[in-house]
Design a protein around this ligand. Structure first.
Ligand code: ISE
Length: 339
């Protein structure tokens, strides 16, 4: 591995991949995109050419290139597994966008490959762990002055989603962020989950259940609710209130700028996760680059990716049952590598 600039190969030249390229090339230090692969060769070329990076037609070729030190995967969740495993087998660190994989089996295969490799090489892109406000919330909780957590209220709202977005994605693409953030914040596993269906908005596609409310319980009994509302028709907003025995902690207002004009007095709001979590993504990728250069793991690991997918599966089971049953989350025993 190069000890200077980390030579990164990007798999997936869509919106998220391009946002990462932009931050690595223009905002962060010590990393460089040297190779790009995408099933759409034109898209790969469009990203690679201005950087002088190499274009690869397959993820495997890119992963096995001697010119690539580490791999950044920004493709769709359902195609992650073979590329993550190939990177692990090549002994290369990999930062994989969430979800780690869309089935529990695929996540287990990734953990098995890592255990064979004997070290943690996989980081899952749960960037909220790097968000300053969530970190401050965790610090207040852990200081213990306000007692322990009893409840957490979350709201996850998107202005709109494309027609290809499915009800399952409301959980494995959207609520998965709260699933991971809550496990990390509270430091315990989610043991059961239920999905409530309120009246659906008319601003949605026929096939979509929207909004929904995901209700989760942790090992110690903390009750978490998460409103997932992906066609709210304005701005991107993430809210979280942690209820402790003797106080509450909320994420700050996500004000960007304050505008006062003939239309009124108001705050500008974010439009997307790329915008809202810009600083968190930067922090996540910068820490990953430095950790890889020092040959150590950082961020959420494959166990975190696996448990998130196990909670997703239980939630989808509840979502698909009109009676919204509470489903127990079935986890395997945590392998030694992740303890
Ligand atoms: C997207 O993939 C994200 O990760 C966003 O944070 C989330 O709000 C959105 O619903 C997802 O589609």
């Amino acid at each position: 591995m190069s000890e200077q600039v980390l030579r990164i190969g990007l798999i997936g030249a869509g919106g998220m991949g391009r946002a990462h390229v932009d931050r690595i090339e223009n905002e962060l230090s010590d990393g460089k995109i040297v190779a790009v692969a995408d099933i759409n060769a034109e898209a790969a070329k469009a990203v690679a050419e201005p950087l002088g990076a190499k274009v690869f037609t397959s993820g495997t070729e890119l992963i096995n290139s001697d010119e690539v030190d580490a791999v950044l995967i920004a493709t769709f969740g359902k195609v992650h597994e073979p590329d993550v495993i190939a990177a692990v087998e090549a002994g290369k660190y990999v930062l994989c966008e969430k979800p780690l994989a869309t089935t529990v089996e695929a996540c287990k295969n990734i953990m098995e490959a890592e255990q064979k490799a004997g070290k943690k090489l996989v980081t899952v892109g749960f960037m909220r762990r790097f968000d300053e406000a969530y970190n401050q919330m965790k610090t207040v909780l852990e200081a213990g002055d306000h007692g322990y957590a009893t409840l957490v209220h979350n709201r996850h709202r998107n202005p709109s989603v494309p027609e290809s977005y499915t009800s399952r994605m409301a959980i494995d693409d959207t609520a998965i962020h709260e699933i991971d953030t809550m496990r990390w914040l509270l430091g315990e596993e989610i043991v059961s989950v239920r999905v409530d269906r309120p009246r659906f908005t008319s601003e949605k596609f026929e096939h979509l259940m929207d909004p929904i409310v995901v209700v989760m319980y942790t090992e110690s009994g903390v009750r978490i609710d998460d409103e997932v509302n992906v066609n709210i028709q304005f701005g991107y907003s993430i809210e979280c209130e942690l209820v402790l025995e003797k106080g509450t902690v909320r994420l700050g207002d996500q004000e960007k700028i304050h505008i006062r004009d003939s239309f009124g007095d108001r705050n500008a709001i974010c439009n997307s996760h790329i915008d809202r979590f810009h600083a968190a993504f930067n922090q996540e990728v910068q820490e990953w680059i430095h950790a890889v250069q020092e040959d150590r793991h950082t961020g959420s690991d494959a166990w975190d990716g696996y448990t998130a997918t196990a909670v997703v599966d239980a939630a989808v089971e509840s979502l698909n049952d009109e009676t919204s049953p509470l489903i127990a989350v079935d986890l395997i025993e945590k392998p030694e590598l992740y303890k």
